[in-house]
Design a protein around this ligand. Structure first.
Ligand code: CO
Length: 161
């Protein structure tokens, strides 16, 4: 099984590339992502987190697995702050400001366009995963000083465990 890439793995800061079409290889990557996400009890995962720089995300909020290729937020309204975690940043929670209601567009595994209208927490999860495709982690939503303190704590915990 694919290990989840943990910060400071440099691939987490790279931009994932858009896909031109959905082929068998894309399906295989999405399967591997879903497997790693479920094994780690995650609710979302982006391809760079298993070391693949393609624009693929998987989300499972308990209502079934959704796979989105080339996802983008086409509209967002309102803002709220909530503590978020990330499988690539163990033992860290960070308050992140995100849009309250969003329109997300992407493709499914048949290459068909999917449009999602999401409010509240589900929309937050998609925004988090789309951030990953742009090399942005939750720690990049806070000040540099707070970030450095948190990362020091995290790396120490990882070393001690
Ligand atoms: Co994450």
């Amino acid at each position: 099984m694919d290990e989840i890439r943990i910060y400071p793995d440099p691939i987490l800061r790279k931009k994932a590339l858009p896909l031109k079409n959905v082929d068998g290889q894309v399906k295989e990557i999405a399967d591997r992502m879903a497997e790693s996400m479920h094994a780690n009890k995650g609710i979302g995962l982006a391809a760079p987190q298993i070391g693949v720089l393609s624009q693929i995300i998987v989300v499972d909020l308990g209502e079934g697995l959704r796979i989105l290729i080339n996802p983008e937020m086409v509209e967002g309204e309102g803002e709220s702050v909530l503590e978020e975690g990330c499988l690539s940043l163990p033992n860290i929670e960070v308050p992140v400001k995100r849009k309250d209601s969003v329109f997300i567009r992407g493709w499914d595994l048949d290459g068909k366009e999917v449009n999602l209208e999401l409010v509240g927490f589900p929309g937050r999860v998609y925004q988090h995963e789309i951030d990953h495709l742009n090399g942005i982690l939750i720690i990049h939503h806070i000040s540099r000083l707070k970030r450095e303190l948190l990362l020091k704590k995290m790396l120490k915990k990882l070393k001690d465990s």
